[in-house]
Design a protein around this ligand. Sequence first.
Ligand SMILES: Nc1ncnc2c1ncn2[C@@H]1O[C@H](COP(=O)(O)OP(=O)(O)OP(=O)(O)O)[C@@H](O)[C@H]1O
Length: 624
Amino acid sequence: TCIDFSYFTPHSISIFLVLFFLTPQVMHMFKGCRREDSAPHIYAVAQSAYRNLLTTRQDQSIVLLGKSGSGKTTNCQHLVQYLVSIAGSTGKIFSAEKWQAVYTILEAFGNSATAMNTNASRFSHIVSLDFDQAGQVASASIQTMLLEKLRVTRRPEAESTFNVFYYMMAGADSTLRTELHFNHFAENSAFGILPQSKPEDKQRSSQQFTKLQAAMKVLGVSGEEQKALWLILGAIYHLGAAGATKAGRRQFARHEWAQKAAYLLGCSLEELSSSIFKHQAKGLQHSTSFRGGPDEAGQGDSSGPKVTALECLEAMASGLYSELFTLVISLINRSVLSSQHSLCSLLIVDTPGFQNPRMAQRRRGATFEELCHNYTQERLQTLFHERTFVQELERYKEVLLLKGEKPHLFLLGHSHGTDWVEYDAQGWLNHAKHNPAAQNAATLLQDSQKKNISGLFMGRAGGATVLSGSIAGLEGGSQLALRRATSMRKTFTTGMAAVKKKSLCIQIKLQVDALIDTVRRSRVHFVHCLLPKAEAVGGGGEPRVAHGESPDSGLMTLDVSLLRAQLRGSKLLDALRIYRQGYPDHMVFSEFRRRFDVLVPHLTKKHGRHYIVTDEKRVSRRWA
Ligand SMILES: Nc1ncnc2c1ncn2[C@@H]1O[C@H](COP(=O)(O)OP(=O)(O)OP(=O)(O)O)[C@@H](O)[C@H]1O
């Protein structure tokens, strides 16, 4: 259930508050805030953004904000489905089935079970719908960023890796199983990637694998291309089973599993081993040139802390996954992009929700990845405030940072100090370590002896390498998509960015800058999703991959203080007050004229629609 506040907005922002279940308590909080005759719904945001796009011909964006599990991705899907169905598409290229397939694929490769959401998005993305002169969807594209690629190898206790691994382990048919050497699984995995044990989970994952394969077919991903994806995923699994030595020479702990990984990737065991553990491999010449002298073979960057064998292995696995994810996004874009001319775009922005382990009753410090997602949410929140309370900006620039009680712990006051998160900074220095194994992943895939793997990755070498693995989906063909991509590329390649691109922290900062930059140049509509109650999902046991469970609405109890805290943190009530005291709406003269000149047909007839006047204000007054 939703409440539409757009009637109270001035010019550029519609705030939309989405509540899972509207109860008398919540209604009481908003008494007098909504018009009785409006039927609130997420579609109203889509409609308002679409109407604005048609009347002003200006890019629009809808940004979804909220805690993890509050319903952002679900609403994103509703928005896209609704827009595509009301606007129609040039030549009917976009069916609801096609978009369903896109989301099935994104969910498989980009989601996993966390403490707060059994199917949480672990990447940020922007869906761009590009509209033509007639207001129909002419083309579309997806850009993804901030993929939590390290999750492939490491994650908090009782959380899972990306869904697709479980889907594939449970759902591969006997031919694929044999091809992937999945007939028996290893007892241990350095990455903790193990098959699910509960039969009901296995069955659900197996069904999801069938659904995923069908979705790929809908988007025109060929059988050979699909096989390449399974081979790479299989190889990552086997790398985990192979493990790495804890001391002595850096190498695999169990060579028989490493051999399987090499076979699936289409390279020799020696090639794989040296890409992972020895850092003088091809493709790194430019990075080694920053150092004073020749690098010692196999010892990595002598200037930084020594990289362990396990860290090398992890970097290769997450590098491979990142390349794979980029490829998946390109395959999706291949199916939704068209060369049709488009006039303006509507962007829908979905990022992983704000998360605090304490809220899910976890007694651990928040991770670096959680900080990255919370940082993105904060930046988007700041954009909301900037657009809403320009004159109060200075107040929001304060950084709320406190030292924790124990070493390595520190507290950050998110949402204007209403939500304090305690971070555990232990091991974070590793993120600044130079670990070339990740970059070697691309070279390894390009050099694969397996034609279907090398063929897919070869074409992508060259121009986009700066962005490879950080932002996927920039190879857009439509003019607008290209314009945006160019601006993003500029953000990434200018100044210090190009030099420092190896640092994970700088990469995160730049990716969020690029995300904000893209949204900032359009008219933004914000969607605030609220979590109705905080409770741990998954129960701390084995991670569940189930999703789509909706709580029994009859028994649902709301955590009113949690709701209030979220409202306070997002400053929604302040936003409402400011809208109610100011003007409800405004428009510039040129827009006013464009919209209403139909009412003075004799003038339009005399001068034509494109008649240029020097003083729009005088003309409008004459009409009045
Ligand atoms: N309006 C709703 N009513 C009931 N359940 C809902 C509603 N919207 C979403 N859900 C359910 O809540 C769960 C979380 O939703 P979703 O994954 O969309 O959240 P999210 O905000 O995108 O989370 P994250 O930030 O972790 O990716 C899903 O199981 C979804 O089916």
